[in-house]
Design a protein around this ligand. Structure first.
Ligand code: AMP
Ligand code: ZN
Length: 415
């Protein structure tokens, strides 16, 4: 089965072939959530997309190692911890504070039928010594330096001297006309302020007692970008990994900096295929906590929707396009989903007691579905499903057999 992915790195559609060779295992990495609050349904669009990629790879016969980081140390988680536990809060309080949101995140994934039990989640607090060692190695290799403010930064100039490709994920002309500027300690910054970014942030008065000691680095905590480079190495070793996913907002600076850190450390290509789902919008704007225009799954549940309907409407749209969330679209989705379920109930009645047991899997319809879903075109794959439901060429048991197979990727709890 052919898988065709749009690779952000090459800006083209490419046929997937695993780094380790045909028939070998595939390593898939997804940038996970910052667990300082409940995930909004925009965030969840990114994870449903990653789940489709995971399920598709399995459908195509690969054994997939799926890993996701959990960001449980950053400015927002620290602020939240201090808000709840006071000015003396330390690492234990941080862990307690973030655990609640981590568990809520897992519950959200379950509601959307994301196969998270097959994924491995690695929290930043579990890999602090590995992060420190990674940074020390970058210092040794000349890619990182400790500055006057006590923090340790990644040197983009040094990286450029050796690799000459900083920003390649954003575009070929990314560096044109840009000056590499001062240092930034914050994790999120604009493209115009191209700056050396913090790998290890020196402890400040805003951190309460949330810090780790390291003789050379000093008291502090990791920056955001370094965690994903390190977790990739912890999970997969120093190999080129197959696929990395995350929302489009992560292309710069997060993924750009992940590439720089990992390639400087491992001396090889970090990731073969970069896949970036587009954002969920509301009223024409990106759904974001900072804009206060977000909904959570709880809000959807309060309106008495079956949560799987949200997954269904996500699959109706192209992940390469922004999608505008409205309650009307959810209502239409609920009707469409119920319609499919009703037809499947009828098929079950007609197929009788032995159901799909002796039915054959129709190759033509299966192929049609595989071509569409193999290009991650879930909307077209849903159209294939409708085609199976409406055709007169298949017996009810044959239809059910196909739908069950399709649902291995769609994950819509159809049969
Ligand atoms: P965060 O918890 O902020 O680190 O984000 C977790 C994931 O959600 C990342 O992959 C983001 O790119 C993604 N994300 C954030 N906002 C949206 C949105 N409105 N639509 C889709 N994905 C989003
Ligand atoms: Zn990441």
């Amino acid at each position: 089965m052919d898988l065709i992915f749009y690779n952000t790195l090459t800006r083209t559609k490419e046929e997937f072939s695993p780094v380790a060779g045909e028939g070998k295992e595939v390593n898939l990495y997804t940038c996970g959530p910052t667990v300082y609050n409940y995930a909004h349904i925009g965030n969840l669009r990114s994870y449903v997309f990653a789940d489709i990629v995971y399920r598709l790879l399995k459908f195509a016969g690969y054994k997939v190692n799926w890993v996701m980081n959990i960001t449980n140390v950053d400015d927002k988680t620290i602020r939240g911890t201090i808000g709840k536990y006071g000015e003396t809060a330390g690492v234990e309080e941080l862990k307690k504070y973030t655990e609640e949101y981590y568990q809520a995140f897992l519950a959200d994934l379950d509601e959307l039928n994301v196969q998270r039990k097959e994924a491995k989640f690695i929290k930043v607090t579990e890999v602090i010594p590995q992060i420190q060692n990674f940074i020390l190695e970058l210092i040794k290799k000349g890619y990182a330096y400790k500055a006057d403010d006590g923090s340790t930064y990644f040197s983009i100039n040094k990286y450029q001297e050796v690799f000459e490709d900083y920003g390649e994920l954003v575009g070929e002309k990314f560096l044109e006309g840009k000056k590499i500027g001062a240092r930034v300690k914050v994790d999120e910054y604009e493209k115009d302020n191209l700056s050396d970014f913090a790998l290890w942030k020196a402890r400040s008065s805003e951190d309460a007692s949330i810090y780790w000691e390291q003789p050379e680095l000093g008291a502090g905590r990791p920056g955001w970008h370094i965690e994903c480079s390190v977790i990739n190495n912890v999970a997969f070793g120093n190999k080129t990994i197959d696929i990395h996913t995350g929302g489009v907002d992560l292309i710069f600076p997060h993924h750009t900096n992940e590439i720089a850190q990992s390639e400087a450390f491992n001396d090889k290509t970090f990731v073969k295929y970069w896949l970036h789902p587009e954002h969920l919008f509301v009223d024409g704007k990106k759904m974001a906590k900072s804009l206060n225009n977000f909904y959570t799954l709880t809000n959807i549940e309060e309106k008495k929707f079956d949560l799987i309907v949200y997954r269904y409407i996500l699959l109706q749209s192209s992940y390469k396009q922004t999608m505008n969330f409205t309650w009307e679209s959810l209502e239409a989705g609920a009707r469409g989903y119920q319609n499919i379920k009703n037809k499947i109930s009828q098929l079950k009645k007609s197929a009788g007691f032995f159901g799909t047991m002796f039915a054959k899997l129709d190759e033509t319809y299966l192929k049609d579905f595989a071509v569409k879903v193999g290009a991650l075109n879930t909307a077209a794959a849903l159209a294939s499903l409708q085609g199976v439901l409406s055709t007169k060429d298949l017996a009810p048991a044959e239809k059910l057999k196909l739908i069950k197979k399709f649902d291995e990727v769609l994950g819509l709890k159809l049969v």
